[in-house]
Write a protein that binds this ligand. Structure first.
Ligand code: HEC
Ligand code: HEC
Length: 269
């Protein structure tokens, strides 16, 4: 059990090193130092996840279901099961550390969105931690569908192999062999709503989202055309989404090696 946990840590470290090297190469000659100085701790999501859930799942029920006042319940936008729709992301089954980092980033302004900044404004750090653990633990059926009429073969190529002719690494080299994420730092992408995925890629491409560790996603999205972003978003939408990573869940074990989902990814079309 212990050694099973060492592997994802090593893998995360390796991916950060590889990704960082790629970033350094691809950003040579451009001024990307801003993302490094505003984000000094690339493993912050890991550290958030190590904090125990301070309120328990019951402690977040009000925030999720009715909000601090009625209009701002999480479920009013993200759905009862955190399933999301259109540009509102699916949250169910994403890593707790990643989710907590995003909530903190909205609060600090490191990630910008009117709705989410309003929502988290009055929440305590204990509440943010509890909400992250809550959504990470939800098992919710898939509901995403392709939206852009994208080229699914091209999307699959970008996800699984990348395209070195445009300096684009394979998405799954960081996001896990099935797009189910790796550890707490690399979120799952499979089964996400394509309008949301596309919006994020486009925001990184244009510099409107700049909160990924050491600028990793800025350098990836910067290489992609609009059509490529739509194709990969549509491809990812058709995959089985990640399920909660608990000790007993063979489909998505704690070490993130979700080999079973790879099959469905391969047989997607
Ligand atoms: C008014 C609608 C609305 C409400 C209410 C709302 N959200 Fe969101 N949420 C959004 C939208 C839209 C986005 C995507 C924003 C962006 O593009 O950055 C988002 C993004 C997020 C993200 C980032 C997910 C990711 O994959 O990076 C998290 C985490 C999140 N919301 C959690 C919550 C929680 C927890 C609550 C309740 C306390 C909540 N949201 C309430 C609309 C809402
Ligand atoms: C070098 C590693 C790396 C590669 C390659 C990579 N990503 Fe990422 N990606 C990350 C990291 C790290 C994050 C988390 C960002 C954060 O913490 O805010 C991320 C976040 C994302 C998100 C945000 C998810 C959410 O819920 O908001 C999307 C979408 C995404 N990546 C899509 C892609 C796609 C599509 C590709 C391939 C074209 C790709 N990534 C390739 C490292 C990578």
């Amino acid at each position: 059990m212990k050694s099973g946990r060492v592997f994802p840590l090593l893998l995360s470290a390796l991916l950060i090193t590889v990704g960082g090297g790629y970033w350094l190469l691809s950003s040579a000659g451009t001024s990307s130092a801003d993302t490094r100085t505003t984000l000094p701790d690339p493993k912050i999501a890991q550290r958030y996840a190590e904090k125990p859930n301070p309120l328990g799942d019951e402690g977040v029920a009000d925030l999720v279901g009715s909000g601090s006042n009625d209009e701002w319940a999480c479920s009013s936008c993200h759905g009862e099961g955190g399933e999301g729709s259109l540009n509102v992301p699916r949250l169910a089954g994403l890593p707790a550390g990643y989710l907590i980092k995003q909530l903190n980033d909205y609060q600090s302004g490191a990630r910008y969105n009117d709705n989410m900044q309003f929502v988290v404004k009055g929440l305590s750090s204990d509440e943010l931690i509890a909400l992250g653990h809550y959504y990470a633990g939800l098992e919710t059926p898939p509901s995403a569908k392709p939206a852009f009429n994208g080229d699914l073969d091209r999307g699959r190529q970008l996800a699984l192999e990348g395209d070195w002719s445009i300096d684009a690494p394979a998405c799954f080299s960081c996001h896990g062999s099935s797009g189910w994420g790796v550890g707490e730092i690399f979120p799952g992408l499979a089964g996400q709503h394509p309008v949301y995925t596309f919006t994020q890629l486009n925001d990184w491409h244009n510099g409107d989202r700049s909160n990924s560790p050491i600028g990793l996603m800025k350098s990836v999205a910067g290489q992609l055309s609009r059509q490529d972003m739509q194709s990969v978003s549509d491809y990812l939408a058709g995959l089985v989404p990640p399920q909660p990573r608990t000790e007993g869940n063979a489909a998505n074990p704690v070490d993130g090696s979700a080999d079973q989902a790879h099959q469905s990814g391969d047989n997607d079309e």
